[in-house]
Design a protein around this ligand. Structure first.
Ligand code: PHE
Length: 463
């Protein structure tokens, strides 16, 4: 068999998997979803989802990958036959579509990095209008997102250790450093405390079904679950490592970055009294405004580093997204890594173009009639989210009914001598047997109904 590559060890694996998890989801999407969903109450729901539903799914995915040492499709096929292989294909497709829109948003961040550091973005004045025009007109963004895809492909084509692992080892620590610096600054702004209260003191009257839906899909997206990224990364992990503790470290790393991103953003929102800014533009508008209030040179440096940080975070995620289909073609079709990577990157970039032009440039894609007037990028992103929670649900069913919890336990006991007698084992089996399949099936169904028709269809009177 051709050498598939592998991580050099525990640290390399954890950094790469945490790099996959930490991304635009944490820094761009988490704060705006928290902003739209009542702040602290969203944070609370999110943390519950991570602990109760996501951590077990993460352990399961890594165990499947390491057991089979194969890509997402190959793993399911090996353990469950061709019929289950479809679940792997479903995940690979989800990864392709996630990357298609993700790369567009990464292109925006890359553009902001360049325009703040070297252009005159910080003198734009009305940052809301600026951002609207900026994503509407794709003449620059096209190139920025193309550049981002090329960078991703360059790293992935270098293989697991020299490409993916090396890039993560540099970028992940830098990311924490810049984030912490900005939090310290943010907390010194006037009125910062109000933002902290909004973010950390839950107001239970703000709890809505929407908060639960958004918390759940955000948790899946943020941890890169439900589509085989961690099966693929797990397949490059050697048999000496402890999966249970590695998954805990990865979840913690991811959650801490989301938490810190919120801690950075909300004091800024409070200081600027910018509560009216919501949705995907949040960090682009609020942060630009904060940087523009600094001394011009300082604003350039700090603002530039912030958007550079987002690019790093996004890049460690895009490489994992591209790796999923790449691993499939390398493992199953024996195609050359380089050819697959560049071919896939081009295809996915083209698939992202409708999302890119859906921000105003092509009005028909800006307001989809069958999707309650929302834009195409949002449509793709929502469909991907749904496929992640559905993928997680089916994976739990697969583990319980087909692979068996016993086989999973045996895999988890490798590299973890105490596993068989541990409380974690009981926790995982209770969640996988009785909680995650049902809860995820019900919630995924409700999310689909809500997205297309509004929940009033099933529960008259609900928004
Ligand atoms: N977890 C990444 C983020 O938060 C996105 C992602 C999803 C990456 C699924 C890989 C797989 O930005």
């Amino acid at each position: 068999m051709a050498d598939r590559g592998s991580f050099s060890g525990r640290v390399g694996f954890i950094l790469a998997a945490a790099g996959s998890a930490v991304g635009l989801g944490n820094i761009w999407r988490f704060p705006y979803l928290a902003g739209q969903n009542g702040g602290a109450i969203f944070l609370l729901i999110y943390l519950i989802c991570i602990f109760l539903l996501c951590y077990p799914i993460m352990v399961g995915e890594i165990a499947i990958g390491r057991n089979t040492q194969s890509d997402a499709y190959g793993s399911y096929k090996k353990l469950g036959g061709r019929g289950w292989g479809f679940l792997g294909i479903f995940g690979i497709l989800a990864g392709i579509f996630i990357l298609s829109f993700y790369n567009v948003v990464a292109g925006w961040a890359f553009g902001y990095f360049l325009e703040i550091s070297f252009g005159d973005l910080l003198s734009a004045g009305d940052f809301g209008a600026f951002f609207g025009n900026y994503i509407n007109d794709i003449s620059d963004n096209f190139w920025f997102s193309l550049a981002f895809m090329v960078l991703t492909a360059l790293i992935v084509s270098q293989g697991v250790q020299k490409g993916i692992e090396a890039a993560n080892k540099i970028m992940m620590p830098l990311l924490y450093l810049i984030l912490i610096g900005l939090i310290i600054y943010s907390l010194t702004l006037p009125n910062a405390i109000q933002g902290v209260i909004f973010y950390l003191v839950p107001d239970f009257s703000e709890l809505k079904v929407q908060t639960v839906f958004d918390g759940l899909r955000q948790a899946f997206f943020s941890l890169s679950l439900g589509m085989g990224a961690l099966i693929t990364y797990g397949s490059y992990l050697d048999k000496k490592q402890n999966i249970v503790s590695s998954a805990a470290v990865i979840s913690l790393a991811d959650t801490s970055v989301a938490f810190l991103a919120g801690l950075m953003v909300f004091p800024m929102v409070a200081a600027l009294n910018a509560y009216e800014v919501s949705g995907p533009s949040l960090i682009f508008v609020v942060l630009a405004k904060v940087f523009s209030n600094m001394d011009p040179l300082v604003g350039r440096v700090v603002g530039g580093s912030f958007f550079l940080l987002i690019c790093f975070a996004a890049l460690t995620s895009t490489i994992s997204l591209l790796e999923v289909p790449a691993a499939y073609f390398v493992d199953q079709k024996k195609w050359s890594r380089k050819g697959v990577v560049w071919g896939m990157a081009l295809l996915i970039f083209v698939l992202g173009i409708p999302s890119m032009v859906s921000q105003g440039m092509i009005p028909a894609l800006n307001k989809l009639p069958f999707y309650q007037g929302r834009d195409f990028l949002t449509f793709v992103a929502d469909m991907c989210d749904i496929s992640l929670t559905l993928g997680g649900c089916l994976m739990s069913i697969f583990i319980v009914r087909t692979w068996s919890l016993k086989s999973m336990d045996e895999e988890l006991a490798i590299g973890n001598d105490h596993y068989m007698k541990s409380a974690t084992r009981t926790f995982l089996s209770v969640v996988m047997r009785y909680i995650s399949p049902w809860l995820l099936a019900i919630l995924t169904f409700l999310i689909i109904v809500e997205k297309f028709f509004g929940l009033g269809v099933i529960f008259p009177g609900w928004e």
